[in-house]
Design a protein around this ligand. Structure first.
Ligand code: ATR
Length: 272
C-alpha cells in the first residue's frame, strides 16, 4: 500500500493516524499511515529516508513546517503565502509542498461553527507559527481586517508585514486589544500547558458573535471557558481544524475528499 506518515517532534500523541485511518476506510483507500518521529535537527534526514524508501506523502507538524517548505521542490500558492508546509506529496516532477492548515481553520469556522469570515474583523491572539499559516486563508475567505495581537509585538508585526499585500492586517500588543472584532481566535499556547490564559480585557468580546481556540483538549479550553463566562457561548476548539486540515491533505494525496463530520463524532468521543 502507499505509505504516509506524520513527522514531528514530538509526534507520539498525534491524532492524525486515527483520522487518516477513518478517512481511508470511508473512501475505500488502501493506505498505511504511521507516526514518524525526528530529532529537532533531523527533519531533512528522516524525511529524506522516508521518501527515499518510496513514501508517498507526509504531514508535517511542529517544529518542522518551515524546514518542510525549504525541503519541497515546489510549493502550492497557499504554502508559498503561508511560508510553511504541513503536507508533502511525491509527484512525477518532484516533491510538492502544500499548507492545508488555513483551509482547515476556515472550513471549521464556516461549515461547522457557522461563523462568518467574509467582510468581518477577525482578532487573533498570538503570533506563533500556527498564525503565520492561517492569516492568508482568512484573508482569502474575505476577512475585511485581521488584527494580530501578541505579547511580543514584533512577532505580530512580522506576520502583518509579510501579509500586507494580501489585505488589511494590523499588529498590536495584548494591552491594546480592539473591541470591535466580530470573531476572536485564540492561538496563545499558554492556556494549554499552564491551564491559565494571560489576563485579557473582556471588552474584546463586546461585538464577537463567536470565538475559536486553535488549541484543542479533551475538556473545554481555558480560553473557551473564559469567553463563555463573558457571554460568548458559540465556540469551538481546534480539533475540528485538525480534522479539516487532514481532509484537505487526504484530498491532495488521494484525489477524493472524505466527509469530516462522522470522523469528528467518532474521535471526539462523548460530548465534553
Ligand atoms: P504555535 O506554533 O502553536 O503558534 P508558538 O510558535 O510557540 O506556537 O507560539 C505560541 C504563542 O503563544 C506565541 O504567540 C506566544 O507569545 P510570544 O510570541 O510573545 O512568546 C504565546 N504565549 C505563550 N505563552 C504566553 C503567555 N504566558 N502569555 C502570553 N502569550 C503567550
Amino acid at each position: 500500500p502507499d505509505r504516509y506518515a506524520v513527522i514531528g517532534h514530538p509526534v507520539d500523541h498525534s491524532r492524525s493516524p486515527d483520522i487518516h485511518r477513518l478517512f481511508a476506510e470511508q473512501c475505500g483507500q488502501v493506505m498505511e499511515y504511521t507516526r514518524l518521529p525526528a530529532p529537532t535537527d533531523g527533519f531533512e534526514r528522516v524525511a529524506g529516508e522516508f521518501f527515499g524508501a518510496g513514501g508517498a506523502g507526509l504531514n508535517v507538524t511542529l517544529p518542522f513546517k518551515l524546514a518542510a517548505a525549504e525541503f519541497a521542490d515546489r510549493l502550492t500558492e497557499r504554502a508559498e503565502r503561508a511560508g510553511a508546509v504541513n503536507t508533502l506529496k511525491t509527484t512525477p516532477n518532484g516533491l510538492l509542498g502544500d499548507n492545508t492548515d488555513g483551509a482547515g481553520l476556515v472550513a471549521d469556522l464556516v461549515d461547522n461553527l457557522g461563523a462568518t469570515v467574509a467582510g468581518r474583523h477577525v482578532l487573533i491572539l498570538g503570533a506563533g507559527g500556527a498564525v503565520r499559516g492561517v492569516v492568508p486563508s482568512l484573508l482569502a475567505a474575505g476577512a475585511a481586517r485581521i488584527t494580530i495581537a501578541n505579547r511580543s509585538i514584533d512577532k505580530a508585526r512580522a506576520i502583518a508585514t509579510a501579509c500586507a499585500g494580501m489585505g488589511e492586517v494590523i499588529a498590536c500588543g495584548l494591552d491594546a486589544l480592539p473591541e470591535d472584532a466580530d470573531l476572536v481566535i485564540n492561538a496563545i499556547s499558554a492556556g494549554l500547558t499552564e491551564g491559565t490564559m494571560p489576563a485579557l480585557n473582556p471588552r474584546i468580546l463586546a461585538r464577537a458573535g463567536a470565538v475559536y481556540d486553535m488549541i484543542y483538549a479533551d475538556a473545554p479550553t481555558p480560553f473557551l471557558r473564559w469567553a463563555a463566562e463573558h457571554g460568548v457561548a458559540a465556540g469551538r476548539d481546534g480539533f475540528g481544524m485538525l480534522v479539516e486540515q487532514a481532509a484537505e491533505s487526504f484530498a491532495l494525496w488521494r484525489g477524493m475528499r472524505p466527509s469530516t463530520k462522522a470522523v469528528m463524532d467518532t474521535l471526539r468521543g462523548p460530548a465534553t
